[in-house]
Write a protein that binds this ligand. Sequence first.
Ligand code: CA
Length: 227
Amino acid sequence: MRILIAEDDEVLADGLSNSMRHSGYAVDCVRDGQAAKLILSGEQPFDLVILDLGLPKLDGFSVLRCLRESNRQVPVIILTARDGEGDRVKGLDLGADDYMIKPFSLPELEARVRALIRRGQCGMNPVYSCGKLTFDSVARRTMIDGIPLELTTRELSVLEALMLRTGWVVSKEQLLERLYSYSEEASNNAIEVYIHRLRKKVEPAGVTIRTIRGLGYVIDNLLQPAN
Ligand code: CA
C-alpha cells in the first residue's frame, strides 16, 4: 500500500510518515500543492492521500479538485487547522472521503486510513491465501495454519505484493515501487535479500516463491490438490 502525504509542516509530515512507514506503508511526502498535483497526475498509483488544506503554491482544495476532475478515485483524507464547518463541507463536496482537524491523534488518523482502505476493498475478500498461508490485507497480518507469522514490515510488503497476485509474476520493479518511496535508496539486491528470507519463512506453509529469470517472482502453492 502506497500513501501520499501532502503537508508543509515539516514536524507533522515527518511524524506522520514515520508512523505510516512503521505500519508497513510505502510513503511519499510533498510539501506544497503544486508538487502534490504533479505527483498525483503521474504514473505512480497511490492507495490513499493525506492532504493538508493550507498548502503553499496551490491549496489543498485546488489539489483535490484537480484530482477528482481527472477522475482519480483514490481515497483522500483532508487535514485542516481551520475548524470552520464551511471548509469541511467544501472538502467533502469536492470529493474528500474523510477529514481530520488539527491537532489530531495519530492512532485515530491511522484507524481512519485503515477504514478507508478497507472500504476501497469493499466487496473484495480482504484475506488472501496460498496453501496454508493467509494474508489479511486490512489487519496486515500473515498466518500459517492460523498461527501468526513474524515478518518485518518490508517482508510483509513484499509478501503482500506477491499474494495479491498469487500464481502471477510480480516484477522486481513492482516490488521496489511498493517498498520504497522516491526519497529512499532502493536496490535490486535488497529485494533478493527479502525474497530469500521470505522463502524460508513461508516454506512451512507449503508455499514457494519462484524466481522467473528476467521477469520477477511468483508465489505458488506447492500442495495444489491433484485434480
Ligand atoms: Ca499547512
